[in-house]
Design a protein around this ligand. Structure first.
Ligand SMILES: *Cc1c(COP(=O)(O)O)cnc(C)c1O
Length: 475
């Protein structure tokens, strides 16, 4: 093929109007609308013009392209009208993967969202009195059951623990600090001035909340006496922040939560704890220690805790603020609360998720089910999946590895698993990963030491057939 463009070939291209009159294209117009079909035609014709101009098409190959023109237009149209936000297969083994949408919702949450979304609801309507109601009450009663009655501590009985819901935990921290410490000081350890992914930085949130950050201690060591010395008549809050995505090891010291509680009580200053993940489920039951639960903190005597709805709780994106009713009431009446509140779909998903906890139906919350899967169970599924793949070239083997909780749980919070390791004689691991991502249902894997690794802990059993097909196509 010559690399010189042939101007005569441009004459062979049909016009947009001619194409729009074709029966096949007319069908596309009926289905997807005139403007989008016209745009796809223009894009496809422009591509052909560029190919001709670069001398990449001769008469024969142009004719071939013209024969397939309506197909190419249909594909272009499908591509441009496809959702940008797509579901995919998370084979990374990271249960709360922030880039992959964090917690997947359970079936009951989806159903409750569905009925709440398409019908009218009593979102802010009291069915008994027929008068205006509050949207909070739909989850308030469930939080009461989960946090107060079980707390077992007389001081923190149901009467005093209340919960409000905002858009995310970043908003929860902002609202808590602004409501309790605007114009005053908040004492935080230098070892806890964290940045969480997506540029949530404690010092920045502090300044947006109009509170002054009073740092105490050093990066690796902070003692209770450091807090005590920093307290003045400007102090409004003692803040504890869960370190989430990093750990400080070696020569370290951090006061016990009990010591902070005692100090806060003695000086009559509220103690606020940003838990980040905030589990409502005892992680010790799946072998993970050192991740404080919401109940642990409230029982210890923390006045207010903030946590995410879509991390270890396994619900929708939300920020939850639970604690002393008088302090939470101040946040509720802050005008910021109105700006940070959540919609009915979030309440529906949250209510369904919390109801599963109330019923001890932990397996219906997907992230809890994934955490509870045993290595043996994952191994059995992986063996069956490997056996179904007929491939002459792919080399598949099972190896031991670790699943990661993610989402701001301690980096050391891992669960033993079995991984499917994939290698190909002619293709690099990065190339295999790129091809898996390009599957009709994208598959996201991890790469370690030149091998593609798949962890079925985060793959739903219903996705296994699709995953098998994607793997078989790598041959
Ligand atoms: C994740 C996290 C946040 C931010 O929570 P979002 O719900 O993502 O806004 C804040 N603080 C800590 C400690 C976290 O781990």
């Amino acid at each position: 093929m010559s690399a010189i463009s042939n101007p005569a070939l441009f004459q062979k291209l049909p016009s947009t109007d001619e194409l729009l009159r074709q029966a096949e294209i007319q069908k596309l117009v009926e289905r997807e609308g005139h403007s989008q079909v016209t745009e796809s035609i223009r894009l496809v014709l422009e591509l052909l013009r560029q190919e001709i101009a670069k001398g990449r098409l001769d008469e024969k190959s142009l004719n071939l392209a013209l024969d397939g023109l309506s197909g190419a237009i249909a594909r272009q149209l499908q591509q441009s009208l496809r959702y940008s936000l797509r579901s995919l297969i998370n084979a990374t083994g990271v249960i709360l993967h922030t880039n992959l949408g964090r917690a997947p919702l359970g079936a009951s949450a989806l159903q409750h969202i569905g009925e709440t979304a398409v019908d009218y609801s009593n979102l802010e309507f009291d069915l008994d009195s027929g008068e205006r109601g509050k949207r909070d009450i739909h989850v308030q009663r469930l939080f009461q059951k989960l946090l107060a009655e079980n707390a077992g501590n007389a001081e923190h009985n149901s009467a005093v623990v209340s919960t409000i819901v905002v858009n995310n935990n970043a908003a929860a921290v902002l609202l808590a600090l602004n409501s309790l410490a605007e114009g005053g000081e908040v004492i935080v350890s230098r070892g806890e001035l964290v940045e969480i992914g997506g540029s949530f930085r404690i010092p920045d949130v502090m300044s947006k909340s109009q509170a002054t950050l009073r740092e105490v201690g050093t990066t690796n060591r902070t003692r209770i006496a450091d807090y005590e010395r920093a307290i003045s008549d400007r102090t409004r809050v003692l803040l504890r922040v869960h370190r989430s995505n990093f750990e400080i090891t070696g020569f370290t010291e951090q006061p016990l939560l009990e010591e902070l509680v005692a100090l806060a009580r003695r000086r009559n200053i509220p103690l606020v704890e940003d838990l980040g993940s905030g589990a409502l489920f005892d992680l010790r039951s799946v072998g993970i220690t050192g991740e404080p639960g919401v109940l642990d903190s409230l029982r210890t005597g923390v006045d207010v805790v903030t946590y995410s709805g879509d991390k270890l709780l396994g619900g929708p994106q939300a920020g939850l603020i639970s604690g002393r009713a008088d302090l939470v009431a101040r946040m509720r009446s802050n005008s910021l609360f109105r700006a940070l509140r959540v919609d009915k779909l979030t309440y529906a998903a949250l209510e369904a998720t919390l109801l599963a906890y109330v019923k001890d139906d932990h397996d219906s919350v997907p992230v809890l089910r994934m955490m509870r899967l045993s290595k043996d169970e994952i191994s059995r599924r992986a063996e069956l999946l490997i056996a179904r793949i007929r491939s002459s070239k792919l080399k598949l083997e099972l190896i031991d590895g670790e699943s990661v909780i993610g989402g701001g749980a301690a980096p050391s919070a891992v669960l033993p698993t079995r991984l499917i390791a994939i290698a190909h004689p002619d293709q690099s691991a990065d190339r295999l990963c790129a091809r898996l991502r390009a599957s009709a249902t994208p598959v996201i894997a991890r790469v370690e030491e030149g091998k593609v690794l798949l962890d079925l802990r985060t793959v739903f059993p219903a996705q296994e057939t699709t995953l098998t097909a994607a793997l078989a196509s790598l041959d």
